[in-house]
Design a protein around this ligand. Sequence first.
Ligand code: KG4
Ligand code: ZN
Length: 336
Amino acid sequence: MLVLGIETSCDETAAAIVKDGREVLSNIVYSQIEIHNQFGGVVPEIASRKHVEKISYVVDMALKEADIDIDKIDAVAATYGPGLVGSLLVGLSFAKALSYARKIPFIAINHIEGHIYANFITYPKLKPPLIVLVVSGGHTNLIILEDFDRYEVVGKTRDDAAGEAFDKIARYLGLGYPGGPAIDKVARHGDEEKYKYPLADVGGYNFSFSGLKSAVINHVHTLNQRRENFKVEDVAASFQKAVVDTLVEKTIKLSLESNIKRVAIAGGVAANSKLREELSKRCSEHQIEFYVPDFKYCTDNAAMIASAGYFKLIKGQTSSYTTNAVPYISLVSKKE
Ligand code: KG4
Ligand code: ZN
C-alpha cells in the first residue's frame, strides 16, 4: 500500500511516499530555517506563506522521486496538530482536497505520534512493546508503546520541552536558531564537568526544564557581571549533560521497572549526539535493546507521517473532512 504523507506543522514543508508503512520511496523536506534564522526563531506568518508557496512543488517532487503516478497512491495522511495553526492548515487542506479529488482515504495524524514511527521506518522489523522517549521542540514524553497506536504516557514535562530548552539557551548564548544542533556542535569542544547545573528532574518520570534554563542563564549573567572569563563551549556542554543525564536516567528506569527491555527515541532532540551515545551506553550495560532513528527521520519529515497513516489505515481508522487543525495537543494515554 502506498501512502502519501504531508507535514507542515512548523517550518518544514515536507511530503513523502512510504510503502506498507516501512519502506520510504521518497522523502522531500523543504526547510525554511534560513528564512527564520535571521529573526532568531520561527515567524508564524512567514512560515504559513512559505508553505502555501511550496506545498504543490514538494508533493510533486515526492511523486517524481518515488517514480509513482498520483493514480497509484492509496491514501493521504497529514499532520493536524500540534503546531502553528496557519502552517498546519496548509498541509491539512491540501491533503483533504487531494483525498476528495482522487477519492482516496484521508488520515489525520498527531505530529507527536508521528515522530514515534521514525523508528519503524529505520528498523523494518521493529514491533511494540517498546519504551519511547519523545523529545522535540514542543514535547517531552516518556511512553510505553503497547501496540501500534496504543500507548501509555508515563512521564511528561511540567513546563518547557527539551528542545525548547536547547533553543532558549542557544539563543541566550548567541549560538543562533535552531539551538539544539548548535549546542550539540559547540559542546563537543567543551568540558561538561566544568559547571554543575541542576537536573531537569521533578520526581517520578516527569521532567522540568525551566529551572535548569534559569540556572544556566543566571550563572552566565553573573559570570558576565563579574567580568570573569568563561568558555561558551563549557556552558553548552554542562547544560547538555544536565539535560541528557535526566532523560537517560528516567528512560532506563522505566525500561527496568516495566521490564520492557527495548528502548527507542524520537523527535528532533533524538538527533543529539550526546543523548544517542549515553543512552546507547546505558542500554547496553543493562542488556536493553536500543533503537534510534536515522538523523533524517528525527527532525520533522513526512515519511514518519505516512508511516503512522499506514498503521491507522490498515485498522480502518480514516478521518473525516471536518477534522480541523489543532495547535495545542498534549499526548495522553491511548487505549483502543
Ligand atoms: O521534532 P522537531 O524537528 O520539531 C518539533 O516537533 O518540535 O524538533 C525540533 C527541536 C528543536 O528544538 C531543535 O533545537 C531540536 O529539536 N534539535 C536538537 C538537535 N537537533 C534538533 N536538540 C539537540 N541536539 C540536536 N542535535
Ligand atoms: Zn516534530
